[in-house]
Every structure is written in structure tokens, then in C-alpha cells.
Design a protein. Structure first.
Length: 101
């Protein structure tokens, strides 16, 4: 079963690894996440070399059927955030074991 790493745990790991306080690291993590969300939602592409790229993508309108197949539901056009991992990230994932929950 896979384990979830929370933002708080990331903050704790980073704090102990780089010698900043948890409050300082928390502010940096929050600032980073806000910047990525603001940039992508405004149509910009955010690229972190050796990690990956976040960008927005358009999804066309489509019609889906409910699980019983008795009704059709129309989904309108929408914009979604997309993350594409870099080659190095993909290679590391291919070498490790990823257990789905």
C-alpha cells in the first residue's frame, strides 16, 4: 500500500535537511505552490529542469454516460492543469517500485 507524504512532512524533511526553521520552510513552500498555481492558471508554462513542466490544457466538450448507461451527461469545454515529468524523473520512476493503493 502506498503512503501519502503531506505538505507538513515535506516541510519537516526540508527543514531538517537545509537548516531553516519549519516556519521559514513552510512560507517558502506556500509561496512556491502559489506561484505555480498563479502562473499556470494565467496560461504560463512552469518548467523545473530535471523535474517536469506544469501547463494548462484545453479539454473539448464531450458527452459521458452514467455508470448504468441510462443517462448521458454533457461536460462543457474546460481548462485543466497538466504536469509532464522530465526524462530524469521518468527514469527514476522506471527504476523504482511504485505500489498502487
Amino acid at each position: 500500500m502506498s503512503r501519502t507524504v503531506t505538505k507538513q512532512e515535506l516541510v519537516e524533511r526540508l527543514s531538517s535537511g537545509i537548516g531553516l526553521t519549519k516556519n521559514e520552510v513552510h512560507a517558502v513552500v506556500d509561496g512556491f505552490l502559489a506561484l505555480v498555481m498563479d502562473s499556470v492558471s494565467s496560461g504560463e508554462r512552469v518548467e523545473l529542469r530535471r523535474f517536469g513542466v506544469w501547463k494548462c490544457a484545453k479539454r473539448k466538450a464531450r458527452t459521458l454516460k452514467t455508470p448504468g448507461g441510462s443517462q448521458e451527461v454533457a461536460l462543457p469545454d474546460r481548462t485543466v492543469a497538466v504536469f509532464t515529468p522530465a526524462d530524469e524523473f521518468r527514469e527514476r520512476m522506471a527504476q523504482g517500485e511504485c505500489v498502487e493503493s
